[in-house]
Design a binder for this molecule. Structure first.
Ligand code: ADP
Length: 270
């Protein structure tokens, strides 16, 4: 543990280098523990759909003479395959954003484009769920970064808002400019999140209701991906919620001025 490390280093280097080294080692240990944790979680999460598929295939083989049963099993296998493919895709996406903080295709990004593409990506989901999405606020704002990743982030927030809401409710997406930052706010009238769970929703694989998330195709990775993308852009993402009333997620990014500079020098990354 940290104390032992400090004693060892103290003998070798004297007191000045001690704190830094001890800190470095503990953070390296922390990274390693996080990595091990991630691998364990991934294995566990992958085993569920793979196990279900194996079992379904075996049972289907036994029911080979009954066409109706075969059709039912085939449908369930398709559902499980879709889930598995969704999960693999999100694991890849998370590894990608976790791997490096460098943005692959960094350039000036029009927020209007990010909003439009994110809405288009969720159009069918919203229609199928009977949920109306409205858009408002400032237009013409720009940030510096990856348009594709920002679209992934906003799209995740919008799909959550749809998935965790009841039919015939509304979702609002709005853009605001405040103190050198661009704020993209996604507000729903859904089920909400309890104060205890709210502190954990950005953790990888955390789901308030595993069964509910799973039945809606959730993986528990969406918000972890959003958080990474936000911080890679020098921004952040926050959540506010009240059980039974709804949730509001705010993605904040340093604004890029018309001259090509980032207007927030505190958090901005050129
Ligand atoms: P998932 O794939 O399960 O949706 P996320 O990382 O996107 O994973 O979200 C983590 C959990 O946070 C979800 O399982 C859900 O319980 C909760 N959550 C996320 N967004 C909302 C929302 N808009 N309303 C209510 N609960 C939400």
């Amino acid at each position: 543990d940290g104390e032992v490390v400090m004693d060892v280093r103290m003998g070798a280097l004297g007191s000045r280098g001690v704190l830094l080294l001890a800190d470095d080692l503990t953070s390296a240990e922390r990274v390693e523990a996080t990595r091990r944790d991630f691998v364990a979680n991934v294995s566990h999460e992958l085993k569920t759909p793979v196990g279900a598929l194996t079992l379904l295939a075996e049972t289907m083989e036994d029911a080979a003479d009954d066409p109706d049963a075969v059709r039912r099993f085939a449908e369930r296998m398709q559902t499980e395959s879709r889930r598995l493919s969704n999960l693999v895709q999100e694991i890849i996406e998370l590894s990608r954003v976790q791997g490096t903080s460098a943005l692959p295709d960094a350039s000036p990004v029009e927020i209007d484009d990010v909003v439009r593409e994110s809405l288009a990506a969720n159009r069918n989901l919203a229609l199928g769920s009977g949920i109306e999405v409205s858009v408002g606020g400032d237009t013409g704002l720009r940030v510096f970064g990856s348009a594709a990743r920002l679209t992934t982030a906003l799209s995740n927030l919008i799909s959550n808002a749809i998935v965790y809401s009841e039919p015939d409710t509304r979702i609002g997406v709005s853009v605001h400019r405040t103190r050198g930052m661009v704020e993209i706010v996604v507000k729903d009238q859904g089920m909400g999140i309890s104060p205890e769970d709210l502190g954990r929703i950005f953790e990888r694989f955390f789901r308030v209701d595993k069964a509910r998330s799973r039945s809606r195709g959730g993986t528990g990775l969406g918000l972890a991906i959003v958080k990474h993308i936000a911080s890679d852009h020098g921004g952040d993402v926050t959540a506010w919620s009240k059980l039974g009333e709804g949730s509001t997620f705010t993605l904040r990014l340093p604004e890029m001025g018309r001259t090509g500079t980032i207007e927030s020098s505190a958090t901005g990354r050129p």
